[in-house]
Design a binder for this molecule. Sequence first.
Ligand code: MSP
Length: 657
Amino acid sequence: MSEKFYITTPIYYPSDKLHIGHTYCTVATDVMARYKRLRGCDVMFLTGTDEHGQKIEDKAKEAGVSPKEFVDNIVEGPRGVKDLWKLMNISNDRFIRTTDDYHVSAIQKIFRKMYENGDIYKGVYKGKYCKPCESFWTESQLVDGKCPDCGREVQDAEEEAYFFRLSKYAGRIQDLLENTDFLEPRSRVHEMVNNFIKPGLEDLCVSRTSFTWGIPVDFDPGHVVYVWVDALSNYITALGFDNDRYDDFEKYWPADVHFVGKEIVRFHSIIWPAMLMSLGLPLPKKVFGHGWLLLDGGKMSKSKGNVVDPYILAEMFGVDALRFFLLRTFPFGSDGNFSNELLIQTINTDLANDLGNLLSRTTAMTEKYFGGRLPDGCRSCAAPESFDAELTGVVSALPERYASAMESYAMHKALDEVFKVIQRANKYIDENAPWALAKDMEANGARLAHVLYNLLETARICGVLLSPFMPESCGKLFDQIGAGDSLRTWDSAVFGSMPEGLKVSKGENLFPRIDMEKGLAELEAAEAAAKKAALPDVEFEPQLTENVDFDTFCKSDFRVVKVKDCQPVKKSNKLLRFTLDDGTGTDRQILSGIAMWYKPEELIGKTLVAIVNLPARKMMGLESNGMLLSAIHTEKGEEKLNLIMLSDSIPAGAKLC
Ligand code: MSP
């Protein structure tokens, strides 16, 4: 039976659309899941969304919808979480939403179990709460009085609550962290032990009463379960723990690895193991805390307005190029500075130049010199050159070097190994100068065929190893080489496995070179357009803070007026000329710059409001005596204007006060 491999991403908060930082972790998990499948493992790859908590309740209220409607839109709606994973070619086997019924009832059972075994008790919570992080803190844990995770303001919180006896597990957790390789990278161990365990692990508040958007504690329904208890348990409920929806808990638990961002390592390496200990369940084999993608040195966040939209990047540069860039550029355990320049540069150097050139030159020459099919005997060579052995040597050693990096979650190192080989292969082209060999096919044809075989075989093996990173492009690479399914497997990544005589056809250029300046300008334009589209539906002029005294205000004479006639003003595309009945018996003429919003004929007969004691003003040679009042706002970046219209029953001349 094949070895099982259970891997998870954190489940995402659908409080905003996901950005490139979230995409990074999910792509990394997908690459690892695909790699393990390639190695023949029975993989379970879980992702999902963490949908409860006060922040979501508040956001839904702001948006004027129910919390469930709010999360449904971000998770299932257009360009939402599920759409993004589909676009990014994420191969998750399961997707959990913490609002799913089976999860909700399983959490109630889990909470009750920990209560019944004495690990959860009722008390009063007094302390600080960080709403965006949904985290409780003691005074001593704050940094400069702010949340130690995100640096934002915290609030005083005091309420009756249930507590989990985290303190009871401090010793076992410290032992787990210090004496096993449960948590990686190792630097995160010191952080956890020194910052959280050594100062004294306090019991954890695990229920709230001040809001309702959460899973009710079934034996005390005024309380909802703390969102982290709800969220962390997803890793077992999604396998069927305490529910009938799935039944592979026995098969897949414990998880082989939880990939998580560094700011949530505390929850995964302290609270989660303690919960599992309380439930008497085996612990996950590993928690890997990856770094953040930074923008201009800071963490991306919607509230800071510095998020990068993965949709734009994927649509502009291709899904595989983006997937590749994320893992090639940033060592998985460390922070990395994201930039569009770096993205384009990586695509050009590694994909267009190194990999793209190897494939296009090799397939083009196979077509040109051999009509796309290398002759029999090309696998061997009567008079090998020293560089043949050099190339076959590095290619043969590659799978093991690559696997050793992948097994320690150093995806960037695995890619580094592959690209060293690709660069060696490009050098091999120059060393052999096939174009020179081709000048005398009779004398050199066999040698040329051998050179091309070696190159195609190198490209194929690199394709196998790159396929977890760029599944679609590697499929095209195999098609061009003529390598069928059996030549795309891990076991086939042995130099010389490729039979002679496959049909090679140079196809489309897999990774076209991007002009840096043009690419950056296009990105900027796409980002600006997306920002505009995402603008809040309406925007208003800010209210003036300077007061106007009452007597001055009373000097403004607002009157009800009726439109007797309305005409466009010649040579002006802005102005309309109104003839108004203002109740005095003499017609009043007002010019108003509203032609963009109204056709003159639709205003005739309407009852409007005008200020009538402004000094007369000339526009386009016509006199304007007053101003019509309108309401102005901005909608999706576009200015909108509505004339103030009153009931026609109000007589012209009535004063407004
Ligand atoms: N809902 C919790 C996780 C619960 S898991 C039981 C949560 N959600 S989150 O949506 O805020 O973040 C999900 C993941 O995205 C976290 O691992 C977080 O570190 C990661 N990232 C968010 N911004 C990031 C970057 N800028 N860079 C890299 N990863 C980042 O936390």
